[in-house]
Design a protein around this ligand. Sequence first.
Ligand code: PGA
Length: 251
Amino acid sequence: MRKPIVAGNWKMNKTMREAESLAESIKVDLGEFTKVDVVLCPPFTALKTVSDVISRSAIRLGGQHMSAEPSGAFTGEISAGMLRDLYCNYVILGHSERRAYAGETDAGVNEKTLAAHASGLKPIVCVGEKLEEREAGITQAVVEAQVKGCLSGLDEEQVKNTIVAYEPVWAIGTGKTATPEMAQDVHAHIRAVVAVMFGDDLAKTVRIQYGGSMKPGNAAELISQPDIDGGLIGGAALDAGSFVEIVKAAV
Ligand code: PGA
């Protein structure tokens, strides 16, 4: 019922040239494959280049971050309208690296989520517990507070067009992955929290990606879990072959 969605988060990697060739290879390797929604999130500096490469394909473009403000004196920031201007359809919000290095909070992510929707961008809202929180047995409470904080005030249409990415912080870039059972437990809890906020029917429409060391070797098993609807891929998205393998494992 929910179409799988796999997004590549390139983080602070790839020059314009490199981004162009990675996007081109992904486009060629994917060919006519449309059973999975595919999103590429290059750094801002490569958005235009990647946008041009994928313009006549089913691949969609996303930003990795944005400001909640529409314009003004915010040095270094970029707005939802600017992302739309470059033909972005998605934006990653509240990634754990932005929470850790740029002080992003649930309240701030909530403002951005609303601003993204107001501009017609679909937000990919990231949540996930830190290692010490998992060890303290408070994973579900942590993720629940993040989901409630980040998604408050959305209307029906906005809920349907929101993607949640569950990314246990201890699994990001570490080679450690949550087991499919561990991930499924948290995904089911996220869906239950969304159901309490917005009702069962809407909760069933929300796609929840897993992220954190997802690779060709573990993607199929993770995504086959009932509440895992795709992946947000970091390291493995920097190689066309492994990214496309993950996309094809998602059906
Ligand atoms: P990773 O990153 O796949 O390199 O663990 C995932 C992410 O941060 O989105």
